[in-house]
Design a protein around this ligand. Structure first.
Ligand code: ADP
Ligand code: MG
Length: 223
C-alpha cells in the first residue's frame, strides 16, 4: 500500500522525501537559535492551509502570536486571513502547562478539524521537566495522542550553541519518527542548510541541502 504523504509547502523539500512527510507522523525540526525553525514551521502551516486546504494549529511557547503574524507578513503570508477562515489557530502556551496541553489540544484539533499541528518549541518543556524519563514518557504520550487524532505533527527543539546533540538532553529525537536539522554556518558559501537525519518509511536524501530565505520564504536547493 502506498504511503499517504503530506506536502510541506516548503519549496524544494518534498522532492527530497518521496513527495512529502508521512501522514500522521511526528517530525522533529532541530537547530540552533536563528537557524530558521520558526520560519520553517510557519511555512508548513501556512502552506498547508493555503495550498492544501489542511487546517493547522501552531502552539508557541516562545513568541507571541502577533510576532508570528508580523514575521509571516514579510513573506506575503496572510496568517490572519487563514485564522479568520478557520484554517489556522495560533495558541500561546506557558511552558509549564504541558500536563494540560494534550486535553486542550484535543479540543482545538476537533474545533477546526486540524490536520497539522506544530509545537514551537518543546525545549522549554525539556527544561521544566527535570527527569529525562518523565519527559520521554510525556512526549511519547503527547505525540501518540496527536497522531491518533489524525494530525501530522511537527515539534521544534533548540540545539544548544555548544552542542553536537540534537536536543538539550538528547531525549526528544527518540520520540520523533523523523528528524530534520537546520544549520546556520557563517563561513560557508551557502550559510543556511538542511539535513534529513531520519525519516521512517522514506527513502530520503542524505545530503546537506543549502536553503535560502527568499521573498516567498524558505527555498531548499536540490544541489
Ligand atoms: N526577511 C528575511 N529575509 C532573510 N532572512 C530573514 C528574514 N527574516 C528573518 N530572517 C532570518 O531568519 C532568522 C530567524 O529564524 P527563526 O525562524 O526565528 O529561527 P529559530 O526559530 O530557529 O530561532 C533570522 O535570524 C534571520 O537571520
Ligand atoms: Mg524560533
Amino acid at each position: 500500500m502506498a504511503i499517504d504523504r503530506v506536502q510541506t509547502g516548503i519549496n524544494g523539500l518534498d522532492e527530497l522525501v518521496e513527495g512529502g512527510l508521512v501522514r500522521n507522523s511526528a517530525v522533529l525540526v532541530a537547530g540552533k537559535t536563528g537557524s530558521g525553525k520558526t520560519m520553517f514551521i510557519t511555512q508548513f502551516l501556512y502552506g498547508g492551509a493555503k495550498l492544501y486546504r489542511e487546517p493547522g494549529i501552531l502552539v508557541t511557547t516562545e513568541e507571541t502570536s502577533r510576532s508570528i503574524r508580523n514575521h509571516g507578513a514579510r513573506f506575503g503570508w496572510n496568517l490572519e486571513e487563514m485564522e479568520n477562515k478557520g484554517m489556522l489557530k495560533i495558541i500561546e502556551v506557558e511552558p509549564f502547562s504541558i500536563d494540560t496541553l494534550v486535553t486542550m489540544l484535543e479540543r482545538e484539533i476537533q474545533g477546526i478539524h486540524a490536520k497539522r499541528i506544530v509545537i514551537d518549541s518543546v525545549s522549554m518543556f525539556e527544561m521544566y521537566i527535570e527527569k529525562q524519563l518523565e519527559m520521554r514518557k510525556l512526549l511519547f504520550k503527547t505525540l501518540r495522542r496527536l497522531k491518533d487524532l489524525g494530525t501530522t505533527v511537527m515539534i521544534t527543539a533548540e540545539i544548544p550553541e555548544d552542542s553536537q546533540a540534537l536536543s538539550r538532553y538528547g531525549v526528544i529525537e527518540f520520540a520523533a519518527d523523523a528528524v530534520i536539522v537546520l544549520q546556520y554556518l557563517t563561513l560557508t558559501k551557502y550559510k543556511r542548510s538542511l539535513l534529513i537525519r531520519k525519516m521512517r518509511d522514506t527513502n530520503h536524501s542524505t545530503d546537506i541541502h543549502p536553503f535560502e530565505i527568499m521573498e516567498n520564504g524558505i527555498n531548499v536547493m536540490s544541489i
